[in-house]
Structure formats: structure tokens, C-alpha cells
Write a new protein. Structure first.
Length: 366
């Protein structure tokens, strides 16, 4: 095998593969990526047995070949080579040789015959979603994915059909995020699935590089995304997502409307004091007035007053400041709307300029 390629063209697929391959593996070959040079194209394959990625790029292939080599080592070498440089990659017996200017690296290889390949999706539904819509579904929900492994069914985004809508939901028990779009053609009758957090993160990186429609194949146990020259296939979380609609408040009548930018900055400022794990901030509300308060035994106190739209009786409610900021960062409109009930009931948070996107936040005792 031998091919020549510009650094930037080689680094792009390696950066996608690098984050899928786990650094520590009990099976040595899973630390490797498959490199196949064939008729003007280079194909890179990597897997962690849960996610599989295959990416093809054009290259000047001098001789065809196929092998596996350490993904992390290869990425680190290419990353440190001079910008714009041409790289010659070749194989010799059981080694991969990387040559660039006066630098040369020789890496041991393993035979590709031993490399596990994930089986393709059989059956299921096929449809396409625009890159912008898919980014919107992910960005408005992924921050609420649970990191707690005991409730493994919350460790991903719940993608499902809701009537004529395609909806994503994520929750960690403290907050819930929901986004939706019109159901794409071909998606009617799709299975309800939970996409693992790692897959969501890797998919989101790939979407930064494209503005086209993304073909998606979904079965009951796998999902496949085709993005430019890259195919990402993932197993799904085998579990049942809870009935999230039960926790979405229906009767919150106290409406609070705040300028988004001012609110984000004020929460960020006062939470500087809050170093405890709870990161609690109290919202003290009276007519058209909001005072944000943080009290810390060790760090002191902070407060900030804001003009808001609020016509109901005075009330106080506490929230985790980080959770408030995570939600506020998703609001694209000029205003953020809270629908409140009382100090111990969850708040419904919406963006008046984005239909179908809602957030639920549990209060804290402060």
C-alpha cells in the first residue's frame, strides 16, 4: 500500500475516528483503525463495538492495500506535522511508514482479517433530515442527557414519532428537554429508539461539516447516518424511555418573561459566588421585578435586580444555576418565558420564537 495526501485531508477523517476509538482496550485491535487504499480513494474504518464509522476520501493512490494501525498514534503524528505538508503513507511487511519532509515514522500494524465489522441494518425505516433540523433536534436536548449509569435508559436521546412530528427528548431527572420537527417522508411508523450519548456527540461533530440532507436508516436495534463521505452506524440503548409527558406541567399559570441576554449574564454573574455542588440561585419575584440571589456560607452573597414581565403575586423559587444557564443558552429568541406554579413545582421554560421546543426544570430548596 502506498499513497500521498495533504495533511489537512488526512487529519479530517482521523479526527472523527480518533474520538470513537477508546484509548484503553482489552482487545488490542480495537485500538486500531482500518486503512484501505483502493483506486484513488482511502477508506478509514473504526469501531468500539457500539459505534462504527467508515469515512472515504480521495487521494493519490500509488498502490492498493489494506491494514490496521493504532488510531491515536497515527492521529497524534499527523496532527504535529507542518501545516500544508504532503505526507507519503506506505506499508512494508508488518509496518506502516509515514514520511513527511525529513520526518519518518514507522508504526506496527495488525492484520485487518481480525478486525470486527458491525453488521449492516436490516429492515427498519429510511428517511432524510436536513443538517440544520438534525442539529436543532440534538442541540436543544443533548445537554439534558443523564450521565448516571444506573438508569442507563436515560443515557441518550429518545427519538420517536409523535403523530405528525419527529421528536427528541432527553432528561436526567432534574431537567427535561424536548425538540421536534415535521415528520419526514418515509419516517411514518418508525420504531421509538434511544440513541446513546457517545453517538449523539460524534454525530454532532460530523454535522458541522455539512449543510445537506442526511439520509437516516433506523431499525429496532441500530441507526445509520450517511454524512458526506462518512457513514456512522450505532447500536441503540436496549431499554424503555419513561413516560416523559407526565412530568411536563400542564397547569402553570404564572408567566414570567425575561430578556434572554440579560438573564444569561445575570445568572452567570451571581453564580460566581455559588461554589457548592448544588449551585443554587433563588429567583425572588414581585410585580415586573426579579431579584436573583445566591447565598454561600463560604464565599459570601450576591444579588442582582432585573426588570421583567410578571403580573402575579410575589413568590420565590430556587434552581440550579448551571441548569438555568444550560437552558438559557438554547434560547435563540430575545426573550425567555417561564411558566410557574409555586416554589415546589417544576417550571416550564419556552422560547416564544421556537415552536415545539420546551424545557422542564425541577426547583431546589434554597
Amino acid at each position: 500500500m502506498k499513497f500521498s495526501i495533504v495533511k489537512s485531508d488526512l487529519l479530517r477523517p482521523l479526527s472523527h475516528i480518533y474520538s470513537i476509538v477508546e484509548k484503553r482496550n482489552t482487545i488490542p485491535i480495537l485500538s486500531n483503525t482500518v486503512i484501505e487504499a483502493l483506486d484513488g480513494h482511502i477508506a478509514f474504518t473504526a469501531t468500539d463495538m457500539e459505534i462504527d464509522i467508515v469515512e472515504k476520501i480521495q487521494s493519490n493512490v500509488i498502490s492498493n492495500g489494506k491494514l490496521t494501525v493504532s488510531a491515536h498514534t497515527l492521529y497524534d503524528i499527523v496532527r504535529k506535522l507542518p501545516e500544508g505538508s504532503e505526507i507519503i503513507v506506505s506499508s512494508s511487511e508488518n509496518n506502516l511508514i509515514i514520511s513527511c519532509g525529513k520526518s519518518e515514522f514507522m508504526l506496527p500494524t495488525l492484520p485487518f482479517d481480525d478486525y470486527p465489522i458491525m453488521t449492516d441494518i436490516s429492515g427498519g425505516k429510511s428517511f432524510s433530515v436536513s443538517s440544520a433540523d438534525l442539529q436543532n433536534l440534538i442541540d436543544n436536548t443533548k445537554f439534558a442527557i443523564s450521565l448516571e449509569e444506573t438508569r442507563y435508559y436515560l443515557n441518550g436521546i429518545y427519538l420517536h414519532q409523535n403523530g405528525t412530528l419527529l421528536r427528541t427528548v432527553a432528561t436526567d431527572g432534574h431537567r427535561l428537554a424536548q425538540a421536534e420537527m415535521n415528520l419526514p417522508a418515509g419516517a411514518d411508523g418508525m420504531p421509538s429508539i434511544i440513541i446513546p450519548r457517545k453517538t449523539v456527540v460524534e454525530l454532532r461533530k460530523l454535522l458541522d461539516d455539512t449543510e445537506t440532507d442526511i439520509p437516516i436508516n433506523v431499525s429496532s436495534n441500530k441507526i445509520k447516518f450517511s454524512i458526506n463521505n462518512c457513514i456512522l452506524t450505532s447500536k441503540l440503548i436496549d431499554g424503555s424511555f419513561p413516560d416523559y409527558q407526565r412530568v411536563i406541567p400542564k397547569g402553570n399559570t404564572k408567566n414570567l418573561v425575561i430578556p434572554t441576554k440579560d438573564f444569561k449574564e445575570a445568572v452567570d454573574r451571581v453564580s460566581t459566588i455559588s461554589i457548592e455542588k448544588s449551585r443554587a440561585v433563588k429567583l425572588s419575584l414581585s410585580k415586573n421585578n426579579l431579584i436573583l440571589k445566591v447565598n454561600s456560607h463560604d464565599s459570601g452573597n450576591a444579588s442582582e435586580e432585573m426588570e421583567v414581565s410578571f403580573e402575579d403575586d410575589s413568590m420565590e423559587i430556587g434552581f440550579n444555576s448551571k441548569y438555568l444557564l444550560d437552558i438559557a443558552l438554547q434560547i435563540q429568541g430575545k426573550e425567555i418565558q417561564f411558566s410557574l406554579s409555586d416554589s415546589s413545582s417544576p417550571a416550564l421554560i419556552t422560547d416564544p420564537e421556537q415552536e415545539g421546543i420546551i424545557f422542564v426544570l425541577m426547583p431546589m430548596r434554597v
